[in-house]
Design a protein around this ligand. Structure first.
Ligand SMILES: Cc1cc2nc3c(=O)[nH]c(=O)nc-3n(C[C@H](O)[C@H](O)[C@H](O)COP(=O)(O)OP(=O)(O)OC[C@H]3O[C@@H](n4cnc5c(N)ncnc54)[C@H](O)[C@@H]3O)c2cc1C
Length: 383
C-alpha cells in the first residue's frame, strides 16, 4: 500500500472516531457552552481519551504518531460542525504548543509535558501578545531576568487562548531588552507557580466556548530548566513555528466555509419566495457558484501548503498568502451565506449566525491580514 493510501485510511478512521465522539459528548451541549461562555474542563480529558489531542506527536509520549494530516482533519471537522471555539482551543493546544515542545524542547521537557498534554491533564497556551505589543511583537515588555538557577519574570499578556484553563504556557519574554526581537526567549511556564495570575475571561463577540484571558506575572520564578531552546532565540523559534499555526488557521477556515455552505444549501433549497425556492434565483445560484469556485482554489493551495509544511519547506510568504486568502474568504463566505438566510440568518436560532461571528477573528489572530500583506509584499517588493 502507498503512503497516501495509508494517510487516507488513517484519516477515515480518525474522522469516524472524532465525529462519533463529538456527536455524543459535544454537539448536544455546545449551544449551552456558547451561552455560558466556556466548556467544562473535562471535555479536554474526554478528547485526550479519544486520542484527539496531538495525534501526530510521537508514540513515546503517549500520542499516536499519526500523520500531520490527522491533526489538521480534527481542526477542519470541528469547524465544519460549527464548533470553532473548541477548534481554536485545539489548534493552540495540539497544533501549536505541543509542536513547540516537541520541536524545540529537551528530552526531559518533552517527557514531562507531552504525555500530560496528550491526555488533557495539562492544557497548553501560548503567550505572545501584550496590551502594548500585538502585531509588533518586538515591542513586548514582559521580561525574564536570570537569578542564579532561576529566571524572574514580570509583565503581562492579553488575549491568550486557553489562558484560564492552561497548565502550561509557552511564554515569550525579553531576556535582553536592549536587543529588540533578538532579545526574546521562550519559557515553558507551569501556571501553578506562585506569581502567575490569571485575569477574568475576556468577553468576545464569537467563539465563546474558547477561553481567552489576560495573564499577569509578578516576580514569577521559573527554574532555568524552563527555558525552551536557547536564550534570545525566541523570535527565530516563533518564525519557525508560525507557518504551522497558519496552516491550522487556514484549515479551520476551510472547514468553516464547508460547514456554512452546507447549511446554506439546505436552507435555500427549502425556503420559498415569489413562488419558488430561494435556490432558484439566479443571484443565489451565482453567489453559491462563486463561493464554491473560490473555496476549491483555497483548498488546492491549502493542500499544497500542507505538504510543504510537513516537509519543513514552507516559507513565511506562502504561509501568509494562505492565511490571508483563506480567512478573508471565510469572512466572505459566512457573510454571503448569512445574507441568503434573510432575517433568519440574523437570529441565534440559525447556526449560520454563529459561523458569521466565529469567522471574524480569523483575520485578526495569528497575524492580522494587514501583517500578512506586509509579509507578502516583502517577497514581491523587498523590504
Ligand atoms: C480571540 C483571540 C485569541 C487570541 N489568541 C492569542 C493567543 O493565544 N496568544 C497570543 O499571543 N495572542 C493571541 N491573540 C492576539 C492576536 O494575535 C493579536 O490580537 C493580533 O496579533 C493583533 O494585535 P493587536 O490586537 O495588538 O492589534 P494591533 O497590532 O494594535 O493592530 C491594530 C490594527 O493596526 C494594523 N496594523 C498593525 N501594524 C501594521 C502595519 N505594520 N501595517 C499595516 N497595518 C498594521 C493591524 O492589522 C490592525 O488592523 C488572540 C486574539 C484574539 C482576538
Amino acid at each position: 500500500m502507498g503512503r497516501m493510501e495509508h494517510i487516507d485510511e488513517d484519516l477515515t478512521l480518525y474522522r469516524d472516531m472524532l465525529i462519533r465522539c463529538l456527536e455524543r459528548e459535544v454537539l448536544p451541549h455546545y449551544d449551552r457552552w456558547e451561552k455560558q461562555g466556556h466548556m467544562p474542563r473535562e471535555v479536554w480529558n474526554m478528547l485526550g481519551a479519544a486520542g484527539m489531542l496531538g495525534p501526530d506527536m510521537p508514540e513515546e509520549y503517549g500520542a499516536a504518531g499519526a500523520p500531520f494530516e490527522v491533526n489538521l482533519m480534527i481542526l477542519e471537522e470541528t469547524c465544519r460542525l460549527g464548533l470553532a471555539g473548541l477548534s481554536t482551543g485545539l489548534n493552540v493546544h495540539a497544533n501549536i504548543v505541543m509542536p513547540y515542545v516537541n520541536n524545540i524542547g529537551t528530552p526531559e521537557q518533552k517527557a514531562y509535558w507531552l504525555p500530560k498534554m496528550a491526555t488533557g491533564e495539562v492544557i497548553g497556551a501560548i503567550g505572545m501578545t501584550e496590551p502594548g505589543a500585538g502585531s509588533d511583537l518586538a515591542g513586548m515588555r514582559t521580561n525574564a531576568v536570570r537569578d542564579g538557577d532561576e529566571y524572574v519574570i514580570n509583565g503581562s499578556k492579553i488575549f491568550i487562548t486557553n489562558g484560564l484553563n492552561a497548565g502550561l504556557v509557552v511564554l515569550a519574554a525579553k531576556t535582553d531588552p536592549s536587543k529588540g526581537a533578538k532579545g526574546i526567549s521562550l519559557f515553558l511556564v507551569d501556571t501553578s507557580l506562585p506569581g502567575f495570575k490569571k485575569g477574568k475571561g475576556i468577553e468576545k463577540i464569537g467563539q465563546h466556548t474558547s477561553d481567552t484571558a489576560e495573564l499577569f506575572f509578578d516576580n514569577l520564578r521559573v527554574p532555568a530548566s524552563a527555558l525552551l531552546g536557547e536564550e534570545n532565540k525566541g523570535f527565530v523559534y516563533l518564525m519557525q513555528e508560525l507557518p504551522r499555526e497558519r496552516v491550522g488557521v487556514a484549515t479551520q477556515a476551510v472547514g468553516a466555509c464547508e460547514g456554512a455552505m452546507a447549511l446554506t444549501v439546505d436552507y435555500v433549497t427549502q425556503r420559498k419566495a415569489f413562488g419558488q425556492a430561494v435556490s432558484q434565483f439566479q443571484n443565489t445560484r451565482f453567489k453559491m457558484a462563486e463561493l464554491r469556485a473560490e473555496i476549491e482554489l483555497v483548498k488546492a493551495y491549502l493542500a499544497q501548503c500542507t505538504a510543504r509544511c510537513k516537509a519543513g519547506v514552507m516559507s513565511t510568504e506562502e504561509a501568509s498568502i494562505l492565511k490571508l486568502t483563506s480567512t478573508e474568504l471565510q469572512c466572505k463566505v459566512t457573510d454571503t451565506c448569512l445574507q441568503l438566510f434573510g432575517g433568519y440568518g440574523y437570529t441565534q436560532e440559525y447556526p449560520i449566525s454563529r459561523f458569521y461571528l466565529d469567522a471574524r477573528v480569523q483575520t485578526i489572530y495569528a497575524g492580522t491580514s494587514e501583517i500578512m500583506k506586509e509579509m507578502i509584499a516583502r517577497g514581491v517588493l523587498g523590504r
